[in-house]
Design a protein around this ligand. Structure first.
Ligand code: KIV
Length: 267
């Protein structure tokens, strides 16, 4: 029997029932199929594709066209998870009309289920307009990588009282606007707990402690495909980079020694 699709309503019920939400990124068909098959609740087609797929230093260069391409690849694979797509830098900050047209393109051209935008107060007009069109919106507060040049550093955000208070206010604002969930990235665990308790919508943490309603990681980090990124908040559940290296070395040796292909691999 086909598994029941996860919806924004499911996430709401999971929060109400105290059931943690599992979210992971994916950018291509093959990995999305494995991740969905393993029972992840939400798949994020993150603009972290800019880093881990395209090799850029930041998330800023990735375009709406690129995000649409990644989302199309992912959606073809997914049978159960809710698929959320990041609106990339420059596709929603200009004005709310532009934000709506970017979100509509994502929904129409990919078949994804929701979009994610970064920021609080500044992005609320955009979120509102997208929501009015019937498109579910996930918020993203704390360390918002599209603003890295404003922050100047990837350090923990909202340690200081003023920024923490603004973050709490932004979270409530996103909830009032109608966002169905909010990602909290790299903020103190105590603050994330306070925000989580104060909201009726789920919080999804990354580097925000165990008390968020769910957790998200970049799949390439969690699976050990990235080898040069070791922040405290990443737990590596596999070491695929070294597994792949060993496999490729073995393949190269077999080819060089004419051990591959064998008779049973030939016609
Ligand atoms: O792009 C991304 O992968 C994200 C997660 C880190 C939340 O936004």
């Amino acid at each position: 029997m086909a598994a029941r699709r996860v919806t924004t309503q499911t996430l709401q019920e999971m929060k109400a029932g105290g059931q943690p939400i599992v979210m992971l990124t994916a950018y291509d068909y093959t990995l999305a199929r494995i991740i969905d098959g393993a029972g992840v609740d939400v798949i994020l087609v993150g603009d972290s594709a800019s880093n881990v797929v395209a090799g850029y230093e930041t998330t800023l260069p990735i375009t709406l066209e690129h995000m649409i391409y990644h989302a199309q690849c992912v959606i073809r694979a997914v049978k159960r998870a809710l698929v959320v797509v990041d609106l990339p830098f420059g596709s929603y900050q200009g004005n709310s009309k532009e934000a709506l047209s970017s979100a509509i393109r994502v929904m129409k051209e990919t078949g994804a289920h929701a979009v994610k935008i970064e920021g609080g107060k500044a992005g609320v007009a955009s979120a509102e307009r997208i929501l009015e069109a019937g498109i579910p919106v996930m918020g993203h507060l704390g360390l918002t990588p599209q603003s890295i040049y404003k922050f100047g550093t990837y350090k923990v955000r909202a340690r200081e009282e003023g920024e923490a208070a603004r973050l709490c206010e932004d979270a409530r604002l996103l909830e009032r606007t109608g966002c169905f969930a909010v990602v909290l990235e790299k903020i103190p665990a105590r603050l994330a707990r306070e925000v989580t308790r104060s909201l009726s919508i789920p919080t999804i943490g990354i580097g925000a402690g165990v008390d968020c309603d769910g957790q998200v990681l970049v799949a390439h980090d969690a699976l050990g495909l990235t080898t040069d990124f070791h922040p405290r908040f990443v737990r590596r559940y596999a070491e695929l980079a070294s597994t792949i290296t060993d496999a490729v070395r073995q393949y190269a040796a077999d080819v060089r020694e004419r051990h591959f292909p064998g008779a049973h691999e030939s016609y």
